[in-house]
Write a protein that binds this ligand. Structure first.
Ligand SMILES: Nc1ncnc2c1ncn2[C@@H]1O[C@H](COP(=O)(O)OP(=O)(O)O)[C@@H](O)[C@H]1O
Ligand SMILES: [Mg+2]
Length: 250
C-alpha cells in the first residue's frame, strides 16, 4: 500500500491515526507486530504510538516481543546507504520471525520512502518485501510525496491513498489508469486533509474524510495483548480502511 501526497497534505497524520486504531484493535491478533521506520525522527508523530528506539539492535529485539516498534535512525552518519542497511536488517528480521513458533504477522511502515526508493532503484530488501511479504503476512505501507515512485514498486501495489497532489502527478495518473485524477484532486483540495482511496485492482476511487488528530496511546496499552483468544490472520488481511470514514456523496 502507498500513501502519497505533497508535503503537509496530511499523510503521516492519517497513517498514525489509522495505525492507532489498528494497534488497539484485538482482531489483528496477539502475534501481529507493527514496525515503523520514521526517517524524519519527528517528535509528536509516531512516538504517539510507542517510545522511539534509536539503536538498531534494540529495535530488532523489540520486534519479537513488542506489539509496536518505532525505529528512529537518529545518528550523525545518516544517509541513504545507512538507512537502506537498517531497513534491510529490519526486513530480514520480519521474514525470520514470520517463520518462528508463533508465526507473527507484520504491518511495516516506511515514512519518507522516497529517500530509499528512486525512479530507477528499489533496495533489494524492499523488492523482497513487496513480492514475498503478503504470503508471509507482512504488509508494507510506503509513504511518499509522489504517487508514481518506481515502475517496479507500482506493479506490486494494491491500493494507493492519495492526498493533495502535484498537477503533473494527477495528469500522469489519469494517463496511466484512465481514471479522472484531475477532478479527484479538486475534490481533495476542496476539503483540507481529505484524501482518496484508489484501488488498483478495480481502478475505482473512494473519497475519504480527514482523520481525527491522533492521541497518544497510553504506555500500559502499548504492549496490548488481546483478551480474546488470539487468531492469526495470515491469509485474511485486515483491511485498514475500515478505520477510515468515507466522505458523504454530495
Ligand atoms: N486530519 C487532519 N486534521 C487536522 N489537521 C491535520 C490533519 N492532517 C494533518 N494536519 C495538520 O497538518 C500538518 C502536516 O500534516 P502531516 O501529516 O505531517 O503531512 P505530511 O505527512 O503529508 O507531510 C500536521 O502537523 C497537522 O497540523
Ligand atoms: Mg509526513
Amino acid at each position: 500500500m502507498l500513501w502519497a501526497g505533497t508535503s503537509g497534505s496530511g499523510k503521516t497524520t492519517a497513517v498514525i491515526s489509522t495505525l492507532r486504531q489498528a494497534i488497539l484493535d484485538p482482531s489483528f491478533g496477539e502475534f501481529h507486530r507493527f514496525v515503523i521506520v520514521d526517517p524524519k525522527v519527528q517528535r509528536g508523530d509516531y512516538d504517539l504510538l510507542s517510545d522511539p528506539i534509536t539503536d538498531l539492535g534494540k529495535a530488532i529485539r523489540s520486534m519479537n516481543k513488542n506489539r509496536v516498534t518505532l525505529y528512529w535512525p537518529d545518528y550523525a552518519t545518516f544517509d541513504t546507504k545507512t538507512l537502506e542497511e537498517d531497513i534491510s536488517y529490519i526486513v530480514d528480521e520480519m521474514f525470520n520471525l514470520s517463520q518462528s513458533k508463533d508465526e507473527p504477522t507484520f504491518t511495516f511502515i516506511l515514512d519518507e520512502a522516497s529517500i530509499v526508493i528512486s525512479p530507477t532503484r528499489v533496495p533489494p530488501s524492499l523488492k523482497r518485501l513487496s513480492v514475498q511479504g503478503r504470503a508471509k503476512g507482512i504488509i508494507p505501507h510506503f509513504i511518499s510525496q509522489r504517487p508514481l515512485t518506481n515502475r517496479w514498486m507500482d506493479a506490486n501495489l494494491s491500493r494507493v491513498m492519495l492526498f493533495r497532489m502535484l498537477p503533473v502527478d494527477a495528469d500522469n495518473l489519469t494517463k496511466r489508469w484512465g481514471v479522472d485524477f484531475v477532478s479527484a484532486d479538486e475534490t481533495i483540495r476542496a476539503k483540507e486533509y481529505s484524501f482518496i482511496q484508489f484501488d488498483l485492482e478495480s481502478a475505482t476511487i473512494r473519497n475519504m474524510n480527514p482523520v481525527p488528530l491522533p492521541k497518544r496511546i497510553p504506555k500500559r496499552k502499548q504492549g496490548l495483548r488481546s483478551s480474546k483468544t488470539s487468531f492469526r490472520s495470515k491469509q485474511k488481511t485486515v483491511d485498514y480502511t475500515c478505520f477510515l470514514k468515507k466522505l458523504p456523496i454530495h
